[in-house]
Ligand binder design. Structure first.
Ligand SMILES: [Zn+2]
Length: 184
């Protein structure tokens, strides 16, 4: 039998009105950021609000994480020299990934993430705003980031024969950003 334990704020014990697949909240009583970690319960979460969210609009939550990318690719011989250099420049250092934490389709997640990879927004903090529900757990980020790297590599449109990727993701932070879907 599954026993449902109501979630309570770790600072003031106010019940958290957790719905369905939500993963993170701001306590309505004390403003504490809260993150649900599987098997552990609620933990403290810092929430960063971008100044770029227009007043009166709901922001959209994103996980922002740096990652070390390990990419092994094999291309057809004719491309080899120039394109390998490009890949090294792109992935030879830690890169920042900006992943939608709200509910969206995999297609839109991929489009937003690759757009924001190539066009990273200025991260300047502003006042707290309401934001859409956080439904993506930071524990699920690594496979999505690997998928995004593959999409970026495919977008460089050379003649890849085989490719394998693994990524080591640092602890992400949650940012509330404006709606970027109009750029897609
Ligand atoms: Zn509280």
């Amino acid at each position: 039998m599954i026993e449902l334990v109501p979630l309570r704020c770790i600072r003031c014990e106010t019940p958290v009105p957790a719905e369905g697949d939500e993963m993170a909240w701001v306590c309505s009583q004390c403003g504490q950021g809260l993150l649900l970690i599987e098997q552990h319960g609620l933990e403290s979460l810092d929430i960063n609000y971008s100044k770029a969210v227009p007043p009166g609009e709901k922001g959209q939550p994103y996980w922002i994480a740096r990652g070390s990318v390990d990419l092994i690719r094999e291309v057809h011989q004719s491309w080899k020299s120039s394109r390998d250099g490009e890949a090294d420049r792109l992935w030879g250092q830690k890169r920042q990934f900006i992943i939608p934490a709200f509910s969206t389709s995999l297609d839109e997640l991929l489009k937003l993430s690759t757009f924001l990879f190539s066009n990273p927004p200025d991260l300047i903090e502003g006042p707290a705003t309401p934001f859409e529900a956080v439904t993506l757990s930071p524990q699920d980020l690594s496979p999505l980031i690997e998928y995004i790297i593959l999409a970026v590599e495919a977008g460089r449109s050379d003649d890849i024969k085989t490719i394998s990727v693994s990524v080591e993701v640092e602890v992400p932070s949650l940012w509330i950003l404006p709606d970027f879907r109009r750029f897609l």
